[in-house]
Design a protein around this ligand. Structure first.
Ligand SMILES: [Zn+2]
Ligand SMILES: [Zn+2]
Length: 438
């Protein structure tokens, strides 16, 4: 059996591990209460938007069999190659902390036979993801994403639903400086011919490209298009564009996507270099970019993956989805609008004397049961210091109980805004405090 918490605590006390002060692992962060309020607000609005569009929440495991991501993200990607947290468990199974949400959601869709239920299946998720990357602003090793998947329809309106849902969420949060970038990456019918032309066009300059691009040239040529290095961009500036090489079906799909976007008055820019490098991604791809974020400027993105369900062992099933970075959304929000100060509490219960203290503990518990946010002194402060503390916590009112008030089953209530004070019977406290503008 593993060492109990108590044993390890004792060992630490003995100084074996306790010498160095531990910090959170590199690339992770604690979300402390004041900041957590902003997260809760983001989660609340996201759930509202998802539910309005008819999406239900799915909570998949934090780890999955490694093979799921190898198949569901693709072996020839940086994520699978270099960035996964993969480990063997005690039964020697290879497991991986999820680096993204879609593969697990599609696995759950198949495992719970949603392919046999009414289509499309509309699922959303939010939670932590894990990638071993070099930490920088807007990029952590444990980061958080929210996302949605619409599985079982090839309707272009579903693609637009994804873009509209993410744009709507950002706008509801108060972010509107973002830009929508749109492209189509074709399908297995039209893409191979394009990729061959792309390879041909790049062949003469391959040796001058960056090491990643030289590798991409062989393993995942589409991704040559989205290299961020200026030298690579210059060298590949004149290559043919996928949008000009789409087959009739892909072309028609893309035209309808653009029509729906226009109908919804969602502005977008065609971005011919926006790609996803894997075969099961098809047709529409998009990204929402914030000008406030610097190098890591994508708030979120997604696209159609008509080949993914089949790749994961299901029947041929079209699907489309998006994922957005919650840290990045919060970062962009913090830059675009001033931080609100934390809200105060409804009442601080101050007390003096042993009987006053007993009554105060009881009063605080009752007010909390009724749903008020109430604090009480646990440090035996003087009454004066308790008043100061109430002020610091921005209490709307202070309830003061001394020996005399306790004996009369009453308390003095001071309105912190007006400074007015009145004695109130204990039985009437809730009524009086609730009136104070809650
Ligand atoms: Zn096509
Ligand atoms: Zn490059």
């Amino acid at each position: 059996m593993a060492e109990s918490w108590r044993d390890s605590a004792l060992r630490m006390k003995g100084g074996v591990i306790g010498l160095a002060r531990l910090s959170a692992p590199r690339g992770t962060a604690d979300i402390m209460p004041q900041e957590a309020r902003r997260w809760q607000e983001l989660e609340r609005v996201a759930r509202q938007v998802f539910e309005a569009y008819g999406y239900g929440e799915v909570r998949t495991p934090i780890f999955e069999y490694t093979e799921l991501f190898q198949r569901g993200i693709g072996e020839a990607t940086d994520v699978v190659d270099k960035e996964m947290y993969t480990f063997r468990d005690r039964a020697d199974r290879s497991l991986t902390l999820r680096p993204e949400g879609t593969a697990g959601v599609v696995r759950a869709y198949l495992e719970h036979r949603l392919d046999g239920a009414a289509q499309p299946a509309k699922l959303y998720y939010l939670g932590p993801m894990f990638r071993y990357e070099r930490p920088q602003a807007g990029r952590a090793r444990q980061f958080h994403q929210l996302g949605a998947e619409c599985i079982g329809t090839s309707d272009p309106a579903a693609d637009v639903e994804m873009i509209g849902m993410l744009a709507g969420l950002l706008r509801r949060l108060g972010l509107d400086g973002f830009e929508v970038r749109l492209n189509s990456i074709g399908c297995p019918r039209c893409r191979p011919a394009y990729v061959a032309r792309l390879r041909e066009a790049v062949a003469s300059v391959v040796e001058q490209l960056c090491p990643s691009c030289r590798e991409r040239y062989h393993r995942s040529p589409l991704r040559l298009l989205d290299c961020k290095r200026e030298s690579c961009q210059r060298l590949t500036a004149g290559v043919p564009v996928l949008l000009d090489a789409l087959c009739d079906e892909c072309h028609g799909h893309f035209r309808q996507v653009r029509q729906h976007l226009d109908d919804l008055e969602i502005e977008y820019r065609l971005w011919p270099r926006l790609v996803r490098g894997l075969d099961y991604y098809t047709k529409t791809v998009f990204e929402l970019i914030s000008p406030d974020l610097g190098a890591q400027d994508a708030l979120g993105g997604g696209g159609r993956y008509d080949g993914l369900v089949e790749t994961l062992g299901g029947p041929p099933t079209p699907g489309v989805g998006f994922a957005a970075g919650m840290e990045r959304i919060l970062l962009a929000l913090a830059k675009s609008r001033p931080q609100e100060t934390a809200s105060g509490i409804d009442a601080f219960v101050a007390h003096h004397g042993a009987e006053g203290r007993r009554a105060a503990v009881r009063i605080a518990a009752r007010l909390r049961d009724a749903g008020l946010r109430v604090e009480i002194d646990y440090l035996n402060r003087s009454l004066r210091a308790q008043m100061k503390q109430a002020d610091r916590q921005r209490a709307r009112a202070v309830v003061i109980v001394g020996e005399d008030e306790a004996a009369r089953e009453a308390a003095r209530v001071r309105d912190m805004e007006t400074g007015r004070e009145q004695e109130v019977p204990e039985s009437n406290l809730l009524h009086v405090l609730a009136q104070g503008g809650n």
